[in-house]
Design a protein around this ligand. Sequence first.
Ligand code: FPP
Length: 251
Amino acid sequence: MIYLGIFNRKQKKVDNKFSIIPSHIAIIMDGNGRWAKKRGLPRTLGHKAGVEAIREIVKECSKIGIEYLTFYAFSTENWKRPQDEVNGLMKLLVQYLKGEFKELDRNNVVINYIGNISKLPEICQEELIKAKNLTKNNTGLTLNLALNYGGRDEIVYSFKNILKAYDQGEFSIEELNEEMISNNLYTKGIPDPELMIRTSGEERLSNFLIWQLAYSEFYFTDVLWPDFKKDDLYLALKTFERRDRRFGGLK
Ligand code: FPP
């Protein structure tokens, strides 16, 4: 959590609209299909409109001084969708990385991904790795794209890493702790999200960051993802500002 204004603890490029902002926002961008259906358009055009919303929200979060922004772009379950839709999403990802790279880099954005990207088409992997390498020294917002990501899959991944170290005799069972599990997740080194936003009226986690969201504030809105604009983000941040976060303790 970053305190601003008179509580300013960090030098941040911020406008003083909020007294407090989350350092990490995680977003489930839901409702692209319904947005398209309402307009008699194919689902892929809903996703295309969803990318426009990503552009606007990345820009705003960067401006406000958010440090990490994680988008649930493609889940381990999304492979069950029709092949055309999956191909369309992969194409949009490549177009986004190619088309938006210069602007993101100019805005000092670090491009990162979480999830098992080895199952994505090669062109996606190449563009992701290239974007990550070229922006790794930037110091602004970290844009984290969750791709072929599943929270349960991530916990298995963490355990596999931990058990390899256990096999090498690096620690005893008694020493296993929460920090070790966190440090072996895809999100290693990234603070847990303080705010999770899900659009389109659905109120569930759908296997998104299930370990990391243990103490996050949840914000659900009926707005469909392609319609989620700057004002909707501000509303979510204003709501967050009013939340009383106790982490199981007392104020
Ligand atoms: C959920 O809406 C959305 C997704 C599963 C995909 C989100 C991906 C993008 C917006 C583009 C990815 C590209 C980049 C640049 C990261 P839904 O299709 O489940 O909507 P519905 O519930 O209304 O059918």
